[in-house]
Design a protein around this ligand. Structure first.
Ligand code: AMP
Ligand code: MG
Length: 420
């Protein structure tokens, strides 16, 4: 019988797992394929953005000194000497007593130090009618409605830091600096291996004693959500030979991480534990948490292995706490762990006080902050409460009862629901 190492806290176990993992090699992808990927290098601006001073409004480029004292009853009248649409540039200088008609984004003509929006001119009184002069009804200080060169980014400024998972805002900034291709870490290929003699495929009708393999599909979705590439392998029966055959299939597919489910406790058919101890190295196999104490972490053929427990809720919670950070570490993310946020529990919860517990909850936004209710029964085999949950509430060991109104840390697995 395997001599079990001392069990760890979740944080100790996470640190031990993550210490074994390095980011995967770098590849270059088109910007259209970069959302959700992790940037592999600091991306710096190489030029001024915007590259030239330009107009922030449709209006007239002028000299602020000509507008001093302008009002509806005493407008400043300026001669229009040129028109500059966006995309064009005028070298026609603005001199005292003149203005250049200018569109948003067009380069500021030399000599101008202000843009007067159409709304402050007589343009609105006869739109589209060509005129030689413009009346201006409002004075503006110099630099009004002008976007200076480099207002957004200066050469050398950090646009996106290495380790950032790109969201649409990053894509906007990268497009602005002309990053048509982006260096990103390769997506981790994650082999999903369910073990169990009792398992049947999800499109089969289970006989007595059999159940559908749900864990592989849950893990598949979680791998995608974490930024990995799932490799769904056929169910392994509870024999060393069968599991090893699946492991070799996964190696042939280039797996960067094995995620197994089932076969990690101390029952008679705990095949993942057997394979890992006989053919690899076991880093640890117990963590002080509920659900999911018998999580197993090790290395097999130089590939990290995370052995999730078989019970579906345990498997999903352990995936969230261990496999997701591992995938993000392999993907080179600088923030691998999800932050916890304070959430007020509205229900009364009774838990076992011996270990930290993760409660499945429905978190909703309210005017006073995030609030949660239990999403249903909390047994480790219950999946209906997983379907309803968007968060995991963390109840530390030692507290057997959580009273309504208690504020506890929570992991948000999805957006909070809209509150009432
Ligand atoms: P085990 O850790 O292999 O003893 O499994 C613990 C419990 O989880 C048993 O009730 C199994 O039937 C169940 N289980 C194991 N693997 C899966 C799976 N892939 N999908 C759904 N339930 C599973
Ligand atoms: Mg099993």
């Amino acid at each position: 019988m395997f001599n079990s190492p001392v069990s760890r806290t979740v944080e100790e176990a996470q640190a031990e797992l993550l210490a074994q993992l390095l980011p995967l090699p770098v590849e270059h992808v088109a910007l259209t394929a970069a959302v959700g990927r992790t940037v592999a290098e600091d991306i710096l601006a190489t030029e001024h953005i915007p590259p030239f001073a330009n107009s922030a409004m449709d209006g007239y480029a002028a000299q602020a000194a000509d507008l001093v004292g302008a009002s509806p009853s005493a407008p400043a009248t300026l001669a229009i000497t040129a028109h500059v649409p966006a995309g064009a540039a005028s070298e026609h200088a603005v001199v005292p007593g003149t203005a250049v008609r200018i569109m948003t984004g067009a380069p500021l003509p030399p000599g101008a130090d202000v843009v007067v929006p159409f709304e402050a001119t007589d343009e609105v009184e006869h739109p589209g009618v060509a005129s030689d002069t413009v009346k201006i009804f409002t004075a503006y200080p110099p630099q009004s409605h002008i976007r200076p060169a480099g207002e957004d980014l200066q050469p050398g400024a950090l646009v996106v830091a290495r380790g950032t998972v790109l969201h649409p805002g990053h894509i906007a900034a990268l497009a602005t600096v002309g990053a048509a291709h982006v260096p990103v870490f390769r997506r981790p290929r994650v082999a999903i291996l369910a073990t169990g003699d009792e398992l049947v495929a999800i499109d089969q009708t289970p006989d007595r004693g059999q159940i559908r393999n749900s864990n592989s599909y849950a893990a598949f979705a979680q791998v995608l959500e974490a930024g990995g590439e799932p490799l769904l392998l056929p169910i392994a029966r509870d024999t060393e030979a069968d599991l090893l055959a699946r492991i070799h299939m996964a190696l042939d597919l280039g797996a960067d991480l094995f995620v197994t489910s089932g076969g990690v406790s101390v029952g008679d058919y705990d095949v993942v534990r057997q394979v890992l101890t006989a053919h690899g190295t076991m880093t640890f196999w117990r963590v002080r948490m509920r659900p999911g104490k018998p999580i197993m972490v090790g290395m097999l053929h130089a590939v990290p292995l995370i052995g999730l427990p078989g019970n579906p809720a345990s498997a999903m919670v352990c995936f969230e706490l261990f496999a997701r950070p591992a995938i993000r570490a392999l993907a080179g993310c600088s923030a691998v762990l999800r932050p916890t946020v304070p959430v007020q529990l509205l229900d009364h919860a009774v838990v076992q006080a011996d270990r930290r517990q993760y409660l499945r909850v429905r978190v909703a936004a309210s005017a006073t902050g995030l609030q949660a209710r239990l999403s249903g029964a909390q047994g480790s085999g219950i999946t209906s409460s997983l379907a309803r949950a968007n968060g995991l509430l963390v109840v530390e060991a030692g507290s057997a009862t959580v009273h309504p109104g208690a504020v506890l840390p929570a992991l948000l697995l999805a957006e909070p629901f809209a509150g009432g």
